[in-house]
Write a protein that binds this ligand. Structure first.
Ligand SMILES: [Fe+2]
Ligand SMILES: [Fe+2]
Length: 157
């Protein structure tokens, strides 16, 4: 990594910390003021950050990933996080079953909501970014062979 990538990672950590504070405030109080503060943070910080990446970072990265990276690496990271959420959810579910306290219930609800958001985005990425390419660049039999493998079925040839 470099000084510049360290700066980006630090900025991400700041964004994530601010986001967590704002989200915790909203889930804690449910107040309109805290919700408005979250929307202000998104408008002032997170969405401009995303726009700057779309404008200045991703166009530089696209050819580098094509030449030196693995375009589905981000999807594998999603799968890693989905599994981690599953494990955290299972642990929180055990706590809820054992103690039944509101904190455990809140943690289960938080993890379930976060997992749902992550899976929603993950499925959209597969369907919008990858499946059209899969359909356009593989023959029908090639597509069917992949599906059979995914289902653990034997593939001829
Ligand atoms: Fe970012
Ligand atoms: Fe997936």
């Amino acid at each position: 990594m470099s000084e510049t990538t360290n700066a980006i990672t630090r900025h991400h950590a700041e964004l994530a910390a601010h986001l967590r504070v704002r989200v915790d405030a909203v889930t804690g109080t449910g107040s309109a003021a805290d919700a408005a503060a979250l929307v202000s943070f998104l408008d002032g910080e997170l969405i401009p950050h995303a726009a700057s990446e779309e404008r200045d970072l991703y166009p530089v990265l696209d050819p580098i990933v094509a030449a030196h990276g693995r375009p589905t690496a981000t999807m594998s990271i999603d799968h890693e996080f989905i599994t981690r959420y599953r494990d955290d959810l299972a642990a929180a579910t055990e706590l809820l079953r054992a103690h039944g306290d509101p904190a455990a219930a809140a943690e289960v609800a938080r993890l379930a909501g976060a997992l749902a958001a992550l899976v929603e985005v993950h499925l959209a990425k597969e369907e919008r970014a990858y499946l059209p390419l899969f359909a356009a660049h593989l023959s029908g039999p090639e597509q069917e062979a992949v599906l059979r493998r995914m289902h653990g079925e034997p593939v001829a040839g």
